[in-house]
Ligand binder design. Structure first.
Ligand SMILES: [Zn+2]
Length: 340
């Protein structure tokens, strides 16, 4: 991949392809956390992290080769100008480092971004359910109680996904947990944390509303809905889906004074029923996590995004590879174009 990226860059093919794409398509990038190199390993999931130096290099690349616009502008008209495809930067969840690390660089480069926040987690010491499970798994692994934990998980009705029974490691159980309705998932996590004596973590993982106000006050950063508690919407009842969306929209209105009519599906999971409810509540667009370009023909309730993290665009987890990133953006978009 490295050699192919270098070859394409050297022959100028990337530039040609980029110009061709700009005619009718835009890209939406999906990031989560931006962390200094010495904090990267503290995050429970490497697919959530882009290193700070790689993020700065990414902003430089985007400024040179693309036209960075607000997400709403891209959705209104995805076609770019002058051979520079439009790109919109998005962050999911509302991590505190979006303010502490990413925001100063966005401000310095004057580049806009949208943060999809799970509003019920902001300004609280809560962790994402996914992180709580990762801590539980790690502690059980270190105390040699994983087998016991797996017995418990089966006892609570999990582990019925026949397709993936062969390799039931941490990722398998984490995915299983994501498919539970959120209220049941939180109760199960409470129970297991108590049973395995997981220590409480006093840490501010997510943005405060004050930080949100500072960022949105610049006009560069906009907030949008990622539900209230990071619920996997396809696993919830109609009533609970509406509640999650309404709570999140109300909180955004109260704290930012702006109406949020764009949603990012937590865990990228949705189905026709979810799309219909989202549309019926007045949302104008909803973003997924499957890669692809955005065109005028894209379904507004299944907007593709290209995941950006250390595993997709850097060498050795810290420095951005511009050729790798450029090829990755193109191939990610084209892959979906072919599969449609
Ligand atoms: Zn999320």
């Amino acid at each position: 991949m490295k050699a192919i990226s270098a070859l394409l860059e050297w022959t100028g093919m990337i530039g040609l392809a980029r110009r061709a794409i700009a005619v009718g398509s835009g890209l939406v990038l999906a990031l989560h956390r931006v962390l200094p190199c010495d904090e990267q390993n503290l995050c429970y999931n490497p697919h959530l992290v882009l290193s700070e130096p790689a993020f700065v290099s990414l902003l430089q690349l985007l400024r040179q080769e693309y036209e960075v616009v607000h997400l709403q502008d891209l959705l209104n008209n995805p076609a770019g100008n002058f051979g520079h495809p439009k790109v919109a930067i998005t962050f999911d969840d509302g991590w505190e480092d979006n303010y502490r690390i990413a925001f100063p660089h966005l401000l310095a480069y004057q580049l806009p971004a949208t943060i999809f926040a799970s509003t019920g987690l902001l300004d609280t010491p809560q962790l994402l359910p996914e992180e709580r499970f990762a801590r539980l798994w790690t502690q059980c692994a270190s105390q040699s109680t994983l087998e016991e934990l797996v017995v418990d998980l089966h006892h609570w009705g999990m582990g019925k996904n026949k397709n993936r029974r062969l390799h039931p490691g941490q990722q398998y159980w984490s995915d299983e947990l994501k498919r539970m309705p959120l209220n049941a998932r939180l109760l199960l996590l409470d129970h297991l944390e108590q049973r395995y004596q997981i220590p409480l973590l006093k840490s501010q993982r997510f943005l405060t509303w004050e930080q949100v106000r500072i960022m949105t006050g610049t006009g560069l950063i906009r907030l949008a809905s990622h539900t209230s508690r990071h619920a996997t919407l396809s696993s919830e009842t109609d009533r609970d889906i509406r509640q999650e969306l309404e709570d999140s929209r109300t909180a955004l209105w109260q704290h930012t004074g702006a109406v949020s009519d764009i949603l990012a599906y937590p865990n990228g999971m949705y189905n026709r029923r979810v799309q219909d409810i989202v549309r019926s509540m007045g949302f104008k667009a909803a973003l997924a996590t499957c890669p692809g370009f955005v065109t005028r023909r894209t379904n507004p309730f299944a907007i593709p995004r290209i995941p950006v993290d250390n595993t997709t665009v850097t060498h050795a987890g810290a420095q951005l590879s511009t050729s790798r990133a450029s090829v990755y953006f193109l191939t990610s978009g084209l892959r979906s174009a072919v599969s449609f």
